[in-house]
Design a protein around this ligand. Structure first.
Ligand SMILES: [Zn+2]
Ligand SMILES: [Zn+2]
Length: 250
């Protein structure tokens, strides 16, 4: 793949995301930019972003007229919504192949994201929409298939998995804060969905897709920090298996 900005070859780098999955990001040692697959930027730990962004560029490269996607070569557009501060530059592919962060912008974005989360935590203000801190929602859909199955998300009750609405892959758990995670997944065919959180005192149901769709995003809040949880995905009113996650610590 080539760098969206300076068009030099990118180097692959494996990282561990904040929910303990392996993911690849792409570094340009020429200009110091990073091409990051969809959603992954949301899950890069800040310390990893700092490390990635410590690349010293080889060249002060000539200004190129446009930033193009490393995957499809479409012109990438700058994100201008409230997710990205005005002094931070993040580009996105119109086909959702990923985000491009010019030199030092990945760390700047992560720092801004963390500050926003901390603000909500310190002031006790619930994050009404988790997407006020995450890069574009659409990115989540394509990311799910790009992330390999992981060992830490234990699967059980496999035999009870639903054939018709079958999950495309394991649910992706995105920690937002110690009290909040977002669980996203896709289904092979359009389906309704919900999530049953299994608690010592019973279960709590969280709504997913009310009308049949293939992309599902479920927001779980008011969770306890650093706590293991088990949950069941329900697709078309049938169990699609039990899964686990642990909330981040404070
Ligand atoms: Zn470059
Ligand atoms: Zn693209």
């Amino acid at each position: 793949m080539i760098c969206p900005e300076c068009r030099q070859p990118l180097s692959e780098k494996e990282i561990i995301t904040s929910d303990n999955q392996k993911a690849l990001v792409y570094e340009c040692f020429n200009c110091g930019g990073h091409f990051v697959p969809p959603l992954i930027a949301n899950l890069i730990p800040q310390v990893t972003a700092q490390d990635l962004d410590s690349v010293t560029p080889k060249n002060t490269y000539p200004v190129v007229p446009s930033v193009v996607c490393s995957v499809c070569q479409a012109t990438m557009v700058g994100i201008t919504d409230s997710v990205v501060p005005k002094n931070v530059t993040v580009y996105t592919c119109p086909e959702n192949h990923g985000n491009y962060f010019p030199l030092h912008q990945l760390f700047a974005f992560k720092r801004a994201q963390k500050t926003k989360l901390q603000y909500h935590q310190l002031w006790g203000i619930p994050i009404k929409s988790v997407f006020t801190v995450l890069l574009p929602v659409l990115a989540i859909f394509t990311a799910i298939t790009a992330i390999p199955f992981t060992l830490n998300q234990l699967k059980s009750s496999q035999e009870s998995r639903v054939k018709a609405g079958e999950l495309v892959s394991n649910p992706l758990v995105s920690p937002i804060s110690p009290n909040q995670v977002v669980i996203s997944f896709t289904t092979r065919v359009a389906s309704t969905s919900s999530l049953k959180l299994i608690l010592s005192g019973g279960v709590q149901i969280f709504p997913g897709a009310v009308t049949p769709q293939t992309t599902h995003i479920i927001n779980l809040d008011n969770l306890a920090p650093a706590t293991p949880y088990q949950y069941e995905i329900i697709i078309n009113d049938k169990s699609a298996g039990l899964y686990n996650f642990t909330t981040p610590g404070l």
